[in-house]
Design a protein around this ligand. Structure first.
Ligand SMILES: [Zn+2]
Ligand SMILES: [Zn+2]
Length: 151
């Protein structure tokens, strides 16, 4: 009976790495379903990693063509993400000011109001609602605010 325990422990130790190996192989899924060069269904194993995204192709010929000029063909992969979502959305959500016009405190992410196509930042929800009640009064305190467009 004493032998059973070490054998079980050994089996558990062996089973764990195997489970991990099968899990990682699933990451081989390409982001696209159709070959960007021919429009045919992609074939397992015919893949190229491009900017950390796996692109699938229908044949080895398309793979080598893609590798010769990836910038040209990647445009046809509509599933391909050009940049991370954060890189695109961050500049849009950037308020023009750094200090709350009502309290002078640092502005907080998400506490913003768009006023005349310019994003104004605030320190809290209370200041946001006060501003929205009388924007003309408080906007004067935002020195970064451009009263009229340059045109
Ligand atoms: Zn092909
Ligand atoms: Zn506030």
């Amino acid at each position: 009976m004493k032998r059973i325990v070490p054998i079980l422990a050994l089996m558990t130790a062996l089973a764990l790495p195997m489970a991990f190996a099968s899990a990682t192989s699933r990451c081989e899924d390409p982001i696209n379903k159709k070959c960007p060069l021919t429009g045919k269904d992609i074939v397992a194993g015919r893949t190229v990693e491009y900017k950390k995204q796996l692109i699938g192709f229908c044949c080895a010929d398309c793979v080598s063509k893609f590798e010769g000029d990836p910038e040209k063909y990647i445009r046809k992969v509509k599933e391909f993400k050009k940049a991370s979502v954060e890189e695109i959305s961050l500049p849009v959500e950037d308020p023009i000011n750094k200090k709350c016009p009502l309290t002078g405190k640092d502005i907080v992410a998400g506490r913003t109001v768009e006023y005349k196509k310019q994003l104004i930042g605030f320190c809290c929800a209370d200041c946001v609602s006060k501003f929205e009640g009388d924007p003309e009064k408080y906007i004067k305190k935002v020195k970064e605010f451009k009263k009229a467009s340059v045109q």
